[in-house]
Design a protein around this ligand. Structure first.
Ligand SMILES: NC(=O)c1ccc[n+]([C@@H]2O[C@H](COP(=O)([O-])OP(=O)(O)OC[C@H]3O[C@@H](n4cnc5c(N)ncnc54)[C@H](OP(=O)(O)O)[C@@H]3O)[C@@H](O)[C@H]2O)c1
Length: 191
């Protein structure tokens, strides 16, 4: 069966965004978890989809222009992700959104449709976020692995990644790696 793998860039105190609504400690929103070669679909929540679509469409249309959130020109890895997602179906969990700019975006209403997606043949699936969606899919037992990049700061106020999770879950540590800039990559399997 295809694996559903979540990837998140968090602060050392477990926040996935600061009080102003962005994770301003993140320099680039590229896929930095090593997932691209093994995935052929993405899942994300209705809360983050409009901003995500806008962000990556801006990069696709104007690859030299500084971008919102980071304020920098896109990095080579961001440009690579912007290209990759034009060919990659995105499944957006939402009961309120119905239209998207991208032809390969599909809206799904409940976790059962994502359970069925995992049963279909294909490569693994990247769960991009946000926090509520990640927690609800972990609670539903659909997430096989969590990849965290922990940034060296205490964000203080902000939105905790796992605040909406309701059930206790044991994690199996599979890999730890020190990254430049004091960041740490953690890969956990979920039992
Ligand atoms: N630090 C990071 O690495 C990282 C990564 C990704 C995102 N983010 C941040 O995360 C924020 C968004 O997170 P969020 O928690 O506010 O929103 P979200 O998880 O993107 O979306 C929540 C919405 O998804 C739908 N949904 C979630 N679980 C569902 C379920 N079990 N069944 C049906 N629908 C479900 C609902 O949409 P409807 O109300 O339409 O039904 C819900 O309102 C953004 O600000 C983004 O910047 C950070």
């Amino acid at each position: 069966m295809r694996k559903l793998i979540a990837g998140m860039k968090i602060s050392a105190d477990g926040k996935m965004e600061g009080p102003q609504g962005t994770a301003d400690w993140v320099d680039a929103w590229s896929e930095d978890y090593g997932l691209t070669p093994q995935i052929d679909a993405c899942v994300l929540g209705g809360g983050m989809y409009p901003g995500y679509e806008w962000y990556w469409t801006s990069i696709q249309n104007e690859p030299d222009k500084p971008i919102w959130i980071t304020g920098n020109a896109p990095t080579p890895a961001e440009l690579e992700w912007a290209r990759f997602i034009t060919q990659t179906p995105h499944y957006v969990l939402s009961s309120s959104l119905t239209s998207a700019l991208w032809p390969k975006t599909n809206f799904v209403q409940g976790v059962e449709e994502l359970a069925a997606l995992k049963q279909q043949p294909g490569k693994d699936i990247y769960l991009i976020g946000g926090a509520r969606t990640t927690a609800s899919l972990i609670d539903a037992g659909l997430v096989d692995e969590v990849r965290l990049i922990v940034h060296p700061l205490i964000a203080g106020e902000g939105k905790p990644l796992f605040a909406a999770a309701q059930r206790r879950r044991e994690l199996e540590l599979r890999k730890v790696q020190q990254l430049p800039g004091g960041r740490i990559s953690l890969i956990y399997g979920i039992g």
